[in-house]
Design a protein around this ligand. Sequence first.
Ligand SMILES: *Cc1c(COP(=O)(O)O)cnc(C)c1O
Length: 480
Amino acid sequence: MQVAEQGRDIGLADAEARAAAAEAEEIVEEAAEEHGDVLGPVRPDDRVAHLLERLASDFVLDNTYREQHLSLTASENYPSRLVRMLGSGLQGGFYEFAPPYPSEAGEWAFPDSGANASLVGKLTGIGRQLFEAATFDWRPNGGSVAEQAVLLGACGRGDGFVHFAHKDGGHFALESLAAAAGVNTYHLPMVNRTLLIDVDRLATLCAEHPEIKLVILDQSFKLRWQPLAQIRAALPEGVFLAYDASHDGALIAGGALPQPALLGADAVHGNTHKTIAGPQKAYIAFRDADHPKLRAISDWVCPRMQSNSHAELIAPMYVALSEIALYGHDYARQIVANATALAHALHEEGVRVSGESFGFTETHQVHIVTGSAADALRLSLGDLARAGIRTTNIEVPGANGLHGLRLGVQAMTRRGMREAEMREVARLVAKVVLRRAEPAAVRAEVADLLRHHPLDRLAYSFDAHVDSPAAARLLGEVFR
Ligand SMILES: *Cc1c(COP(=O)(O)O)cnc(C)c1O
């Protein structure tokens, strides 16, 4: 089936919709003629083949795109085959409400096989272990819900909270919600040159505004580890300290960055699909199972903001975290080594890389400064996209309003790239960004590089073991 036919199932301009309907009718008529049976116009197996053919074309389109694109966005990853498969392992997702604190069965308790509770037990066990936490709430459907629940559970009307300003990389999910809920927003005071929080000024801010009840480190543009122990020590007692690890979750769990819970964060939360290569889900993990805010924050996740927590994703979350438990140490170290290598190589190519004074990066991210917002947008959605290089345009923290690109190396690290390939990646990015090379020519070089890094044998994953006879037999059992 031609890729050009894709739009008929989705975007559907009128003419296209009519064409699709006509085509479907034709198929039914042909089949009816063949089988002479109006009620069963297409043999069931033919029908499935036809359906799959239409679906397969979408998957082929997407797989080909992923195979041939250098994914340098910091917020996406490639889940392993087992993670992808197990998302459909349960025969329908049961509702699962149980909160991460002791509770009685209530109005929305369901009889079940016990499998949900067992799966939740496995997942929360590994989650607690990876984040040095006493609880692990697997229910938030995304990193935004997790941080919003923290905000609403920690602050009431008239209270205040402190987070990173957008220009310093703060995430966008909190300020409108805070305004609507009557919570005052303050921004973390920063030192531009180091991109570190100015702890003394933060202490002053909290002293001057005793209504501040929450400090949340919610950076999406993140090059550095922040001085969490000093921050904790500087905060008045009772101020909730939250660490949003949506970006650096695998670096923390893999030991390349410190554990926020051990340094005084009340909760670590984040999603599971950026450096962690899991499904699009999230978690909230508390340091203390008896924390006075545990109940309020958990209840904001469920039942207030969500009732459906996608229980079918418990198993793939568990598999993704198991990959981190097993391979995370090497994965996290290789990510940081790759980001550092990429930053240095870009710098040597003449690209303006942020953060030279601290060695460019301590995370999976590299920030480059290219000029105005329009320039950055043109690059990421224009020439770089045409060259097969996927990036995100951002206002670069600490660059006085200049824009540029946020690059992340975690996905390419999963495809097995190391420092040598990072130098090649830097050369290709610089060719487009600096030397204005013809995107189509660079695209051919990108495809060449990626040919050696297939998507079905991801590093730091179970991919190499999925086809073993024992695994195949057990998967047969799962999909019975
Ligand atoms: C990506 C991100 C989120 C949002 O996660 P979703 O799963 O997309 O809802 C929240 N916080 C931070 C810091 C992020 O970078």
